[in-house]
Write a protein that binds this ligand. Structure first.
Ligand code: UN1
Length: 497
């Protein structure tokens, strides 16, 4: 088996079984990294019951002490940053710098969560009744099921788990079946933190390896209080009604179809750099990747040649090699989906630049990023294709550009490049972008963890990571305490017996 030095660090060999049914392949060259035994679906009830037991013990540990576990997790992640970053690169195919960035994102959310563990603030509310106090308290929720996608195989777990843990919950993680090794490695790192912490309940953090049926067991169990799922809109459509049917909570981060408006006053050099990073970085496989470029007609003929030039010079190849900026697509199916979208785009009037296969590393799905000029926002432009395809549309007025930007079913991220303060403020105003993220002079991807992350419409409405996203992992409790000697009723109701 190749790549032994990368896999060896976390003792992943222990999970590699000759009769394992889950074949894990690296997108670098398609070779098999391991065969893993999948978690039997029949075990899920027990796994959930264990998590519930862990929750019952963990919820009584004071939140700042729970924060100590997350502080230790952050320390262990710092110590393992290089090794885990390399493994992310190997298993998900993103370049090393982005693999390391992903681990840094985990460390950052741990830092945020540690501080948050001392700030799970409630409210005191003025009561209309004398001698009464009203208050609002945030209580732990229970078992949190975290379902993650291949493209951020470890950071999204960390966003959810760091907060879920300080909020007093137990976590069951169902990673993508395309990236189970990074999940197992992360679990090993978490075990180091748990060991140092000492008295955390057993089964506080669990990981299950396998396909959709395991996720479904979490989704359907009334014992799983919150399902936090990242993935396609199709997946969200399957999950959300099932969780709703049992009145569970859902936190969804689904498809994006992120746009950038480039206005006449934009700094074009800045825009070109932002466009290339967000459209072709991570080989177009971030949910925040730039997929639509809405350019003012007066500058389009200036911007496009600059972009085509930048696209030509971008080094494509093994993500493990220094200097590569674009690695492979995750697998051959992703490549086919890209080719299919490009054919549709042509049929719908598009002019395609790029998109051809590249001799990267034999066995991998290496491709030139595509830039596609479209006459109008056709059906294919309204879809999320998880690949480096950037559709280019032209506009005349800002109103028209904002309408184009908003006129897709997804609502994750968006941005405008302009030096005109009126345009910038309009874009982030009530009549501007309808997305969860709306940036000015910054691309749509690469968000910091301090803000709430997520989007509207078919993106699912969930918010993870910073700001007050922690509230999604807790239940709100309103209490009225009567410290008087009488029993006045609210709204002046009389009921004297
Ligand atoms: C994702 O693609 O699911 O904003 C998450 C970004 C990253 C997270 C992306 N911080 O691009």
């Amino acid at each position: 088996m190749p790549y032994q030095d990368i896999l060896g660090v976390f003792d992943l060999q222990q999970f590699n079984k000759a009769n394992g049914s889950l074949s894990v392949r690296t997108p670098v060259d398609g070779s098999e990294l391991a065969k893993l035994q999948e978690t039997p679906e029949a075990n899920m009830a027990q796994i959930i019951a264990h998590a519930e037991q862990a929750f019952l013990a963990w919820r009584s540990i004071p939140a700042p002490r729970r924060g100590e576990l997350v502080r230790l997790l952050g320390e262990e992640l710092r110590a393992a940053k290089q090794e885990l970053g390399r493994l992310v690169s190997l298993e998900a195919g993103k370049i090393l710098s982005e693999g390391l960035g992903e681990v840094q994102e985990m460390i950052d959310i741990c830092d945020l969560a540690v501080g948050q563990s001392r700030q799970l603030f409630g409210l005191t509310i003025a009561s209309e009744r004398p001698g009464h106090r009203m208050m609002e308290t945030w209580q732990p929720l229970g078992v949190v099921g975290v379902i993650t996608a291949f493209n951020f195989p470890v950071a999204v777990w960390a966003w959810n788990s760091a907060l879920a843990l300080i909020c007093g919950n137990a976590v069951i993680w169902k990673p993508s079946e395309k990236t189970p090794l990074t999940a197992l490695a992360t679990h090993e790192i978490a075990k180091r933190a748990l060991k140092r912490f000492g008295d955390a309940p057993e089964h506080l953090l669990q990981v299950v390896i396998g396909g959709a049926s395991l996720g479904n067991a979490l989704v359907e169990s009334p014992k799983v209080a919150l399902i936090s799922a990242t993935g396609s809109t199709r997946m969200g459509r399957a999950i959300a009604p099932k969780v709703a049917a049992r009145f569970g909570k859902c936190l969804l981060e689904l498809g994006g179809n992120n746009a950038m408006i480039v206005a006449p006053s934009a700094d074009l050099d800045l825009a070109v750099r932002a466009i290339t990073f967000s459209a072709i970085g991570t080989c177009g496989q971030r949910c925040t990747s730039l997929r639509r470029l809405i350019v003012h007609e007066s500058i389009a003929d200036q911007l496009l040649p600059k972009l085509l030039n930048a696209y030509k010079s971008v080094p494509i190849g093994s993500p493990l090699e220094q200097g590569t900026l674009v690695g492979p697509l995750i697998d051959q199916a992703a490549l086919q989906a890209m080719q299919h979208a490009l054919e549709n785009a042509k049929a719908q009037g598009g002019t395609v630049h790029g998109g051809e296969l590249v001799d990267g590393v034999k066995g991998g799905a290496y491709v030139k990023p595509a830039l596609v000029e479209m006459p109008v926002q056709t059906a294919v432009v309204q879809e999320e294709t998880f690949a480096p395809i950037l559709y280019v549309l032209r506009y005349k007025t800002l109103d028209e550009a904002i309408a184009l930007q908003n006129n897709v079913p997804q609502g994750l991220s968006s941005c405008i490049f302009t030096n005109d303060v009126r345009e910038a403020e309009t874009f982030v105003s009530v009549t501007g972008s309808d997305c969860g993220i709306a940036n000015v002079n910054i691309g749509p991807s690469g968000a910091e963890i301090g803000g709430a992350f997520g989007g509207e419409k078919e993106t699912g409405g969930g918010r993870e990571s910073g700001s007050d996203a922690w509230k999604a992992y807790m239940r709100r409790q309103t209490s009225t305490v009567n410290y008087s000697r009488s029993l006045p009723l609210a709204q002046g109701v009389r009921f004297d017996i």
